[in-house]
Design a protein around this ligand. Structure first.
Ligand code: NAP
Length: 330
């Protein structure tokens, strides 16, 4: 079968690979949908660690077609893949922080993933989805699970002000979670199209610049969720945060990137800077929310791509206004 494989920085190829065969404890799925994440572009650019050669694609779902020994899931079941495979024996795993496991080899990053017609992963990472769910919607479980962890860290209370920076899929999922939590939400993103989308998904306010955001909320927001992953927005975050508030950083800045932060300001206004990494214990909740239709994903799908089209899409920046491109590898 053909698979979209990363061989090194700037070296992504559509390549022929052997048909995967499930071993003990593994499931083989026919991939129905796989999202192209900002992290796939970071991987292509060498800004995020990976172990090439590897088939990319860590946001995917599909139908179980075969199982190895000891697997209870039945062929025909629609599942989402939790890509992270912590060792469950290191000190971080043992103290309930599996997202910090140094031995994690995530599917689609450290082992072959979902940009292929079929994908193999441990059955314990397969979470069942309803038979009648739209085949493309399961691809949103992984980004939603990561966003859920960030929103868990933000610990929003109803009535608080939540400012979300970045109108990509993570920001637009964070927006929906913040609204579900009863927060008043301001979305800061430069694109007019994404501002309109944010308003249609329930944002109370939108802004294109930090200055505009401060005109709307001069005292700042109790919670600021950074979902852009760029130096400018991270540096702008403290000034957008209310005294006593917190910043949750989901955005990934390339290794080695430095930002200018004024500790005096963080100290005197006791602003917390929290980071949110991966999806510890949130993937099943995300699957539940996608299955229940609590989160709108249809407006987040910008285009459907074949595998050859996905190669070009990952190798270039996303077109203006694009939220999520979904690869349909069949
Ligand atoms: P994305 O589609 O690239 O979205 C980022 C958004 O940031 C863009 O839509 C862009 O919108 C906005 N942006 C860029 N510069 C901006 C600026 N100066 N001011 C305001 N907005 C700006 O990426 P994504 O898939 O949503 O992911 C967001 C980030 O989270 C990425 O860095 C990704 O790697 C990271 N991520 C982290 C985790 C985790 O576990 N922590 C998990 C998944 C993804 P405009 O052009 O409209 O402004």
């Amino acid at each position: 079968m053909q698979a979209l494989r990363l061989y090194g920085t700037h070296d992504l190829r559509l390549d022929e690979v052997p048909e995967p065969v499930p071993g003990p404890g593994e499931v083989l799925i026919r991939v129905e949908a796989a999202g192209i994440c900002g992290t796939d572009r970071h991987l292509y650019l060498g800004e995020f660690p990976s172990t090439p050669p590897v088939t990319l694609g860590h946001e995917f779902s599909g139908i179980v077609t075969a199982t190895g020994a000891g697997v209870a899931l039945s062929p025909g079941t629609r599942v989402t893949c939790d890509p992270n495979i912590p060792c469950l024996t290191c000190p971080h795993c043992l103290r309930g922080r599996p997202n910090l496991c140094p031995n994690n080899r995530p599917t689609g990053v450290g082992r072959d993933g979902g940009f292929a017609p079929r994908a193999l992963f441990p059955a314990r990472n397969a979470i069942a989805l309803p038979d009648d769910l739209h085949p493309h919607h399961g691809a949103f479980c992984e980004p939603l699970a990561c966003t859920l962890h960030g929103m868990d860290r933000a610990a929003l209370r109803a009535g608080e002000r939540c400012l979300i920076i970045g109108g990509g899929v993570i920001g637009l999922l964070a927006l929906q979670l913040a609204r579900t939590a009863g927060a008043e939400v301001l979305m800061l993103t430069r694109s007019r199209a994404k501002q309109d989308l944010a308003l249609s998904l329930g944002a109370d306010h939108v802004a294109a610049t930090p200055e505009q955001a401060l005109q709307i909320w001069p005292q700042g927001a109790e919670a600021v969720i950074e979902c852009a992953g760029v130096v400018d927005t991270l540096e702008a975050a403290p000034a957008l945060t209310a005294t006593g508030g917190r910043i949750v950083i989901l955005g990934v800045l390339a290794k080695g990137t430095r930002v200018r932060i004024e500790p005096f300001d963080l100290l005197f206004r006791e602003i917390q800077m929290l980071h949110s990494f991966l999806n510890p214990f949130t993937h099943a909740r995300a699957a539940q929310m996608i299955a229940a239709g609590t989160i709108s994903v249809v407006p987040l799908i910008s285009r459907l791509l074949t595998l050859p089209e996905a190669l070009a899409a990952i190798a270039h920046p996303a077109p203006a206004g694009e939220v999520r491109a979904i690869v349909v590898p069949q």
